[in-house]
Design a protein around this ligand. Structure first.
Ligand code: TYD
Ligand code: MG
Length: 454
């Protein structure tokens, strides 16, 4: 009998029974791939037909100690993990090739090993000699980390069974090959099967397993998103190639808050922690220029000041350009529309470029007002004073909505020498930050305040 074919979307993990150019579930193009069925298994019987083992039930109120955590000593990493490494947890670290995942994880393995965890680093991409050379360059050659180069998952699991490490790094999940699955390494089925075996091992033996996953250009882990569902924690390592800043971002964490970020700087000697990222992101700032605005943001539990830069220029094209780096293009279109219809400031015939300095990606709606201010400043060729920060959400009516953690934003700005904040009128502040707050009811008022025209 011919086996039924299965097809899976590499973007959203949806299953389909035929190939098509576009995934019906998520609408992405060219993401459907054929997958060998995981296992046909013995004749399928209803699970209820045969008795299993009764499971032990416990009360919701059962007292259980919080999971013991081990800190690496790298504060930026520990915070993103939710306070340290939890035993028996599976962690996926995704990122572009070449962004620094192997560097970060070798440094992490060395730090955990020095804290007494038995650490293994298994690479399917680099020879042990190569890794040793990198360790030397990073000043980690003396750390008690065990190395291996292997892609055969069966051999890896056998080794892990006998070694019983506290921490194992698998670099990368795309190079792993499970010999019971009939498809090439890196395929959806292989990635899924390998991740499943390794996460199961983590739960069974109490080992913390870190899987490295390469991400394709459009931001998806090559192979299936299904790995994200299998693991406890998903971290993304982001950054622009041309910049030295790297952001480790928790997008999912069963053992801590998501949205937490750690900031690193890529140096000649590996990744260095950036304990005061606001100062670093603003250190490259030039003299106040039209189009430049400092946004007082919050990333996870931590305030972060970043600079938005806008450029507005007469367009030679019939369809003017809208180019955004580090922010959402749809949100930019919305703000341009609000500026036009609520404040009477059109951007027709003008090219608009928006950039977040330092290669940072901002997703907070609280940045709306900073973006609008940067656009206005660029369009009117009027610089915003260098001692001013801006934050607030803009609604379609042009009204300004207060955002969370106003006090933390103001405190951080105060610490870095800012004296004025342009913010929504209804913001809740404790008033202890020492900043002069310029409360604004709507966008038209902001336009009037900054440019002296309504
Ligand atoms: P790597 O960790 O190999 O990236 P990934 O595993 O995500 O593919 O890092 C690749 C880049 O980092 C490489 O182009 C060189 C740079 N790098 C430094 O700048 N300094 C260093 O100390 C190290 C080890 C790498
Ligand atoms: Mg690598």
């Amino acid at each position: 009998m011919a086996k039924p074919m299965t097809f899976t979307c590499t973007a959203c993990g949806a299953a389909a029974n035929k190939w098509s150019g576009r995934c019906e579930a998520c609408g992405d193009w060219n993401t459907i791939v054929e997958e060998a069925p995981l296992s046909a298994g013995p004749a399928r019987k209803s699970l209820g037909a045969q008795r299993g083992t009764a499971i032990r039930l416990s009360d919701l109120a059962t007292e259980e100690a919080p999971p013991p955590r081990t800190g690496s000593g790298i504060a930026e990493l520990d915070r993103v993990l939710g306070g340290g490494l939890v035993p028996a947890s599976a962690i996926l670290v995704g990122g572009d090739p070449g962004i620094g995942k192997s560097t970060l994880l070798l440094q992490a393995a060395a730090s955990f090993a020095r804290k007494g965890l038995k650490s293994l680093y298994i690479s399917g991409e680099e020879a042990s000699a190569q890794i040793r050379m990198r360790a030397q360059r990073l000043g980690l050659a003396d750390a008690p980390v065990k190395l291996a180069t292997e892609t055969n998952l069966r051999n890896i699991l056998t080794t892990l069974e006998s070694e019983a490490p506290d921490l194992v790094i698998i670099d990368s999940i795309q190079t792993m090959w499970a010999d019971n699955v009939e498809s090439a390494p890196g395929s959806v089925s292989q990635v899924r099967a390998s991740a499943h075996e390794l996460t199961t091992f983590a739960k069974r033996k109490g080992t913390s397993v870190v899987l490295v996953g390469h991400v394709t250009k459009d931001g998806q882990i090559a192979g299936p998103r299904v790995v994200e569902h299998m693991v406890d924690t998903v971290l993304y390592f982001e950054g622009e190639r041309g910049h030295q800043f790297r952001i480790l971002r928790a997008v999912k964490n069963r053992f801590g808050p998501a949205d937490e970020i750690g900031v690193f700087e890529m140096t000649g000697n590996g990744l260095a922690e950036v304990l005061n990222p606001s100062a670093l992101f603003l250190s490259e700032r030039d003299a106040p220029a039209p189009g430049s605005v400092v946004f007082a943001g919050i990333e996870g539990t931590r305030p972060l000041l970043v600079e938005f830069q806008a450029l507005v220029a007469a367009s030679p094209h019939s369809q003017p350009r809208r180019t955004v780096v580090g922010w959402d293009g749809g949100r930019l279109a919305m703000i341009l529309a609000v500026l036009e219809s609520r404040c009477g400031i059109p951007f027709t015939g003008l090219d608009v470029y928006l950039n977040v300095a330092g290669g940072m990606k901002i997703t907070e709606p609280a940045a709306d007002l900073a973006v609008a201010t940067a656009l206005l400043s660029a369009r009117e060729d009027a610089a915003i004073p260098a001692d001013t920060v801006v934050f607030g959400e803009i609604s379609l009516s042009g009204a300004l909505r207060p955002v969370g953690q106003t006090e933390n934003r103001l405190k951080e700005a105060g610490k870095l020498g800012f004296t004025t904040a342009i913010a929504p009128a209804r913001s809740k502040t404790g008033g202890g930050a020492g900043l002069a707050l310029k409360p604004m009811g709507d966008l038209a008022q902001v336009v009037g305040e900054i440019f002296g025209a309504g």
